[in-house]
Write a protein that binds this ligand. Structure first.
Ligand code: NAD
Ligand code: ZN
Ligand code: ZN
Length: 344
């Protein structure tokens, strides 16, 4: 089969790979119908994650079930399914608490050794461990380009808001308007916030946020702190989502959040960065962070997406053939596109 493989910084190649086969009783084998490129793939693409050369990338996917192990109950051969970017065992101490993102045996598709060496989904076929937890039947009427957001970008955007414990009537700022930030913005709206302030420096992404009803702030042209203060009667946002994964974005998030407020840090920080802990201390900020519990959120997120309550707008801007993955990665990296779907 053909698969998108990591070849080194800013280099991916579509190569032939051995077809995966069922290995465990609770595995499923899927034919990938569509797989997205995520901001997390860019961390690998930039060479900032120790992903092995030749490893298959991708962790956002919709597929058709080709085979299931004899212990799989919730999906069947022939069904259209979507899944989460990470797997969980369902039985360890973390999973028993519902903290699937803290599963002791968690694996992440397409990441490499630090993700349990689980080959990615930007391929013709993918092996899906613990299929009853990882996969869901895709609701009829939910198109591929929305369905594949549920187990990653939307699950993470929803998590960013849920983990922050935002209350109706509060204000939310989102730093970084890639698919994750835009999904967080729609989740904040759905949570009954009084205002959502969306910050980025890419005009086309600010435009999508504006259509979602957010007050948009162009970080390259305006003083984000001054604008947020203006929009919040001088107090700052109750909750700020950092959906970038950089020192600059985290600093902005800490500055624009009000005293006693929460910074919800879902952007992946692959390297240490300096933050002003004095500022965090003086403002008494609460910081919630880490991988999103996408397994736990999946049914709720799908229900809300199907009902149109979580509607991220036109996040998938391009569909390309798997063979065009090198061009797709370049374009996404240059922020010329929002999410790109690769179709094998
Ligand atoms: P993306 O690269 O498409 O989006 C990042 C956006 O941030 C871009 O639009 C960029 O212009 C903007 N940006 C960069 N620096 C900024 C700054 N200082 N101020 C304001 N905006 C800035 O990525 P994405 O797919 O939306 O993912 C966002 C982050 O979420 C990534 O770090 C990704 O790894 C992470 N992620 C985390 C989880 C999780 O479980 N926690 C899951 C999925 C993705
Ligand atoms: Zn992702
Ligand atoms: Zn577990």
């Amino acid at each position: 089969m053909r698969a998108v493989t990591f070849q080194g910084p800013r280099s991916v190649e579509v190569l032939g790979r051995a077809e995966p086969e069922l290995q465990c009783h609770d595995d499923a084998l899927i034919r990938v119908v569509a797989s997205g490129i995520c901001g997390s793939d860019l961390h690998i693409y930039h060479g900032r994650v120790p992903t092995a050369r030749g490893f298959t990338l991708g962790h956002e996917y919709v597929g058709e079930v080709l085979a299931v192990g004899d212990a799989v109950r919730s999906v069947s051969v022939g069904e259209r399914v979507l899944g989460t970017f990470a797997t969980a065992c369902g039985t360890c101490a973390g999973c028993r608490l519902g903290l699937y993102h803290h599963c002791h045996e968690a694996r992440v598709f397409g990441l490499g050794p630090s993700g349990g060496s689980l080959p990615g989904t930007q391929a013709e076929l993918a092996l899906v461990p613990h299929a009853d937890l990882t996969l869901r039947r895709a609701p009829d009427g939910l198109p591929d380009e929305l369905a594949l957001l549920a187990g990653d970008a939307m699950g993470t955007g929803y998590h960013a808001i849920a983990a922050a414990g935002i209350e109706p009537g509060e204000t939310c700022a989102v730093v970084g308007l890639g698919p994750v930030g835009l999904c967080a913005a729609t989740a904040a709206k759905a949570a009954g916030t009084a205002a959502v302030m969306a910050i980025d420096m890419v005009e086309s992404r600010l435009e999508v946020a504006r259509a979602l009803g957010a007050d948009v702030i162009h970080a390259g042209e305006e003083d984000a702190l001054a604008r947020v203060m203006d929009l919040t009667h001088g107090r700052g946002a109750h909750v700020t989502v950092e959906a970038v994964g950089s020192a600059g974005a985290l600093e902005t998030a800490c500055r624009i959040t009000r005293r006693g407020g929460t910074v919800s840090l879902v952007g992946v920080h692959v390297a240490p960065c300096r933050v002003d802990t004095g500022l965090i201390f003086r403002k008494g900020l609460r910081i919630v962070s880490g991988l999103a519990n996408v397994v736990a959120h999946l049914d709720r997120v799908l229900a809300m997406m199907t009902a149109g309550v979580l509607d991220p707008g036109p996040i998938v801007t391009h569909e390309l053939a798997l063979a065009d993955a090198p061009d797709a990665y370049e374009a996404f990296d240059r922020r010329e596109t929002l999410k790109i779907l690769l179709r094998p």
